[in-house]
Design a protein around this ligand. Structure first.
Ligand SMILES: [Zn+2]
Ligand SMILES: [Zn+2]
Ligand SMILES: [Zn+2]
Ligand SMILES: [Zn+2]
Ligand SMILES: [Zn+2]
Ligand SMILES: [Zn+2]
Ligand SMILES: [Zn+2]
Length: 532
């Protein structure tokens, strides 16, 4: 914040006021005068503070009207000075009310924000527990005010916060193991966008109530009004009460009928609006069921993840102990991890396709011809991926512990080869989604990019204020390195950070590996960091 020529706590006040959006602050600086920007955030325009105690003359506090020596009074940047006792009482009231940042000056109508360092100093001298609460509020408000920091959504809450640098459309894994979408805090759902995923989970909930199923698959009997299900191909249905009726119009009929006609009955079929609506609902439901079945099949396979891993571990240890030249079975584990990652991509690609090529979100973004073309392009890729994922799965499930060395070598070749194929196909499908499907849309629609190595794990934030150390530690996300580091703080909360690609509202057409660095390095306030 050197550019602004600000003192540190003023810079922070400004950042908090504008929700840590540095780009926005610079934008505002261009647009309106700096004075207004500062006064809106509560930063005093001129510093009237005197350089050091000018005299030993006593000052009169305008709250309690006591005369105190200058050392027993504190002056804020706005120039208002009160005795330390009055300030402290005031701060304690504010902190007890749950305030920590932007505590305003005591002077009537003064909009200035009090210096956190003075609050800390005065309150700590009197009430250590309240001072600790102040620090905690400050840390919490840092996280809640900061769009690049989020609490891990795990339940029960693990106490961690994650910070990303750059693009907030990314997926992260907390050190507690919880994988989530950083933007919406729901479980990781790429290549579904956040909007699609929210709609999808709502839809799954609604559809599972079978209300639609009943309206689409049954019709009320014209006599007893019970819902009757159609079975068989012809349009005559019979209720358990004995009443026969026509499936198309719902009208009561006799039982005498052929494949295409019911004797004595001629009906309007689709003339009725209600029937049309039901037919549309039926088509919609079938469409949903088509995507949902495939989505669910892959999700169910993923649920077997732990079980399959155990089984395979067992097979590996048998293999390692038998008479054989082959001792390295890391290809099995690598293949298994590739299988899980690509299955996840595959399962979320179904709700993606449901919305991408459906009427709910993008109806007006594509002509029907365009849509058909793009759908074919996408489904081609999706099917190729699906086919190879199942092949990989098939090879991994083989009882290779019983194989001869030659057979093991052959299986290994297939697993390694298919792992590469599947990784490449995932990448290609993301490229198709990002560049051919989402990019041409008028409304920006972002998804978390494909990560060949899986979801990024957050690394422990190195609690150091040295800028050199800051940049060197954070790009590496070693699996176990963070577990060895200890971190604790006043609230038992830790902050983790993650690098992403550069941020923008609408992504550039980029290759799926992302890239670019963070534009700004916004760090936890120094005082807060010191306490972590
Ligand atoms: Zn006073
Ligand atoms: Zn003031
Ligand atoms: Zn967590
Ligand atoms: Zn999301
Ligand atoms: Zn009936
Ligand atoms: Zn019949
Ligand atoms: Zn009829």
């Amino acid at each position: 914040m050197e550019l602004l020529g600000l003192r540190e706590h003023h810079a922070r006040t400004l950042l908090i006021h504008y929700r840590w959006d540095v780009e926005r602050i610079f934008e505002l600086l261009d647009q309106k005068d700096r004075d207004r920007l500062f006064s809106e955030a509560g930063i005093p325009l001129q510093y009237t503070r005197n350089a050091g105690p000018t005299s030993s003359a006593e000052v009169t506090c305008n709250v309690c009207y006591d005369d105190v020596p200058p050392s027993a009074a504190s002056e804020m940047d706005c120039g208002h000075s009160y005795c330390n006792d009055c300030w402290t009482e005031y701060f304690i009231v504010k902190i007890n009310e749950g305030q920590s940042r932007r505590v305003r000056c005591m002077a009537p109508k003064c909009n200035a924000v009090c210096d956190e360092a003075i609050i800390r100093k005065l309150v700590t001298a009197r009430h250590l527990d309240i001072a600790e609460r102040f620090e905690r509020f400050l840390l919490e408000s840092y996280i809640e005010d900061n769009d690049t920091v989020k609490w891990c959504p795990s339940t029960p809450h693990c106490g961690n916060a994650i910070r990303v640098k750059g693009d907030i459309y990314c997926e992260v894994e907390c050190t507690c193991g919880c994988q989530f979408c950083f933007n919406c805090s729901l479980r990781a759902h790429s290549p579904c966008s956040c909007m699609m995923w929210e709609l999808w989970i709502k839809k799954c909930r609604d559809e599972s109530e079978t209300v639609n199923w009943i309206t689409v698959n049954t019709k009320p009997c014209p006599k007893c009004h019970k819902p009757v299900e159609k079975n068989g191909g012809c349009n005559l249905v019979a209720c358990i009460c004995g009443q026969a009726f026509c499936w198309l119009c719902g009208g009561a009929t006799g039982r005498d009928h052929t494949w295409s006609t019911i004797s004595g009955h001629s009906c309007g079929r689709f003339t009725d609006d209600q029937t049309k609506k039901t037919e549309q609902a039926r088509r919609d439901l079938y469409r949903y069921m088509h995507y949902h079945n495939r989505y669910k099949a892959h999700t169910d396979s993923l649920k077997q993840e732990a079980k399959l891993k155990n089984e395979i571990q067992g097979k590996i240890s048998i293999s390692e102990n038998k008479e054989s030249k082959i001792k390295d079975y890391s290809w099995v584990i690598n293949g298994l991890n590739r299988l899980f990652r690509s299955r996840r991509v595959l399962s979320y690609s179904y709700p993606f396709a449901f919305y991408m090529f459906g009427d709910e979100i993008f109806k007006d973004e594509m002509t029907p011809e365009e849509r058909e073309l793009k759908q074919n392009l996408f489904e081609d890729q999706q099917q190729q991926l699906e086919f190879n994922v199942e092949r990989l799965s098939g090879f991994l499930e083989k009882d290779f512990q019983l194989f001869t060395d030659d057979e093991v070598m052959d299986t290994m070749k297939h697993v390694i080869n298919l792992s590469n194929v599947v990784d490449r196909l995932c990448k290609q499908m993301y490229q198709c989604i990002e560049n051919d499907l989402l990019y041409p849309l008028r409304t920006p629609h972002n998804i978390a990019p494909y990560k060949s190595k899986g979801i990024d794990r957050a690394s422990e934030l190195n609690i150091s204020w040295d800028p050199g150390e800051q940049s060197s530690q954070s790009t590496k996300h070693s699996q176990d390195e963070h577990r060895n580091k200890q971190a604790s703080n006043i609230s038992g909360k830790r902050t983790h950070e993650l690098h992403g690609s550069s941020s923008s509202n609408k992504r550039e057409r980029v290759d799926v590996n992302g890239g670019g660095g963070a534009l700004f390095d916004l760090n936890v306030p120094a005082e807060v960091v010191d306490k972590i």
